[in-house]
Every structure is written in C-alpha cells, then in structure tokens.
Design a protein around this ligand. Structure first.
Ligand code: DEZ
Length: 319
C-alpha cells in the first residue's frame, strides 16, 4: 500500500522515532505558514530543525501558497527569522503562477495580466517578463462612489490588452478590482485563445491558490480562496488553480528539483492543500498541528498524512 493510500497516520512522539524520520528522507519540502511561522511569529524550534537538516546535507525546499510576497521578499523573511534559505530553495504560488503563464501558456509579450493581489504577484510577473496592471496601482485601490460605475466604463479602465486575470491574496481587495476582473473574464470571446497582437480576445483566469483560510496571529483569517470566491460565483468561470494541491505547483517542483519521490517528504499544517499535494505527488507527508488542521479533521476530510506530530520543533529531540 502506498503512503498516499495509508489510512492511519503514524503518530511520532519519541526521540528514536524522530531520529528514524530524519534518516529516512533526503529531500524535505516545507510548507511555511503554520509550519515555520504564523504571520511574523516564529514557530518554536522550527529554524533549528531546518538549519540541522541543511547541515546534515539534506535538501530543503520551501513550498508556499502564500502569494503576498515574491521569492526575494520571502528570502528576506527567512533571513530576519534566522533560517538558512536561498532564493532558489523557495517556490511560492506567485512564482509558480508566473512560470505557468510564461512557459505553459506561452503568454504573449504584448498582453497584460490584470492582478488581484499584492507585490508578491507583481514582482514575480516582472521577473518572468510579463506585463501587468491592477494590483497595487493606486487607481485600482480606490473605493467607488455609491452606485456610480462611470469610472469603470472607459477603455482606460478596461484595458483591452488584458489577456489574463490572476487572483491571489490581497489585503486591499475591493469592489473596483472585483468589477474589472469580472469584466475581463466575461467579455466577448474571453473563453477563447489569447493571441499575440490580438487585443480584446481571450482572457485566461488563474488563481495563485485557493486556501479558504490563512494562519496568522489571531487567525485563522479568510485566505486567498475566500477573496476569489465572488469572482467565480459572479462569472461562472472555472479558473486554473496553480497552488497546492494542484498539478501546476507539482509540475514546478518536479521540473525544478528532480526529486526522488521515495526519499522525499512534505511537511505541512493543512490537509486539503499540503497533505493532498503530497498524496497527489506520491510523496510521504508529515502533518504538524501548529497551523490549520486538527487530528479530528483527518477523518472528516478523508485526507491522510503518513505521519503526524504536534510541532516541527520536536524533531530537535531526535536521537
Ligand atoms: O490564503 C493564502 O494565501 C494561504 O492561506 C497562505 O498564504 C498559505 O501559505 P502556506 O501555508 O502554503 O505557506
């Protein structure tokens, strides 16, 4: 029986069990929010575990659905919190989404992406050489006067060169952005192809990730999936979802890191993203209980990790 089909997770609680786990895997894929930190608060002991793994020659890759920061900005956060990390060890859903547009969809150079999201998405699109609008642009971060749609009815507001809407976590989500994104993904021919030099035609609809909630101090808070939900409801369109547990994120990992599935483990706090992602990729997984999911959720959601442990920091007791 493969670990993905295994129904009873092995609960780890002794230093010997921790030691065996550390020996068994060469590549360690880590979720970030809820495993390493919660908002800006460090999860105790986690940086020592990471630094120990790296010193022991293990490969460590960070796989986060958090699209609010670019890989560069996430690297800074690692530095500030005392983790060893290189930019190329980080895969965020904003990075994977930009790569997906560029390499899989071959997004034309003369088309733009309309962004609902923060600098994390914009910076990764810049890195990938893809034009964008919306996002943090001050014009899109204004509230509309009540029942006045006139500012949205101009060519300037509804740029015909938009060939994709990308939606991720956005703490400045508002009705202006919702209206513009909705108009782009529902305009005539939006479901059709996105062609170079042909403005106003097709429009891709992409979510960086669709987490319902987000673990940070005082949370959980509504996550990226809760912000894109009105757009799906209004438009009836089915987006491509890039982040965990979906295939585009898995393809990005497999392509960039050439992992040996049998010697790889995924550590996460959320069943329907992290653990489902590992199961989809035939990778063993460790659920830690410092974020979103609880032991009770395992039966409810019928998503089974290989191992379960209270907190990543416990691995510091390994013998
Ligand atoms: O809503 C979101 O964007 C996610 O909840 C969040 O950022 C998840 O990050 P992860 O746990 O994958 O690091």
């Amino acid at each position: 029986m493969s670990s993905a089909e295994q129904k009873t997770p092995q609960s780890l609680s002794s230093p010997e069990e921790y030691g065996k786990l550390l020996d068994r895997y060469d590549t360690w894929l880590f979720d970030c929010d809820g495993v390493l930190w919660s908002g800006d608060d460090l999860i105790e002991g986690s940086q020592d575990v990471i630094n120990h793994l790296r010193k022991s020659g293990k490969r460590v890759v960070y796989v986060t659905n958090n699209a609010s920061k670019s890989r560069k900005a996430i690297k800074k956060k690692f530095d500030q919190l005392g983790y060893e990390a290189k930019e190329e060890d980080i895969v965020s859903s904003s990075f994977a989404a930009a790569i997906y547009l560029r390499d899989v969809l071959k997004f034309p150079k003369d088309r733009k992406v309309y962004v609902i999201g923060m600098h994390g998405i914009e910076d990764e699109l810049d890195e990938a050489g893809i034009q964008h609008c919306g996002g943090t642009n001050p014009e899109d971060n204004q509230l509309l006067p009540p029942m006045d749609f006139s500012s949205l009815r101009t060519e300037e507001a509804m740029d015909p060169s938009v060939g994709a809407v990308m939606c991720g976590f956005d703490m400045h989500m508002n009705y202006t952005k919702l209206c513009k994104a909705y108009k782009h993904i529902t305009r005539k021919g939006a479901e059709g192809p996105v062609v170079e030099g042909e403005k106003g035609g097709g429009c891709h609809f992409i979510l960086t990730n669709d987490d319902s909630t987000f673990p940070a101090g005082g949370g959980p808070w509504p996550g990226a999936g809760s912000l894109s939900a009105p757009l799906l409801f209004a438009s009836g369109r089915k987006p491509v979802i890039v982040g965990k547990p979906n295939q585009p994120m898995l393809d990005t990992i497999k392509e960039h890191y050439h992992i040996d599935e049998k010697r790889t483990i995924f550590v996460g706090d959320r069943l329907n993203t992290d653990i489902a992602f590992a199961n989809n990729g035939n990778i063993d997984s460790l659920l830690v209980l410092t974020g979103i999911s609880t032991v009770e959720d395992i039966k409810k959601e019928e998503i089974y990790p290989t191992y379960i442990m209270d907190s990543l920091g416990q691995l510091n007791e390994a013998k």
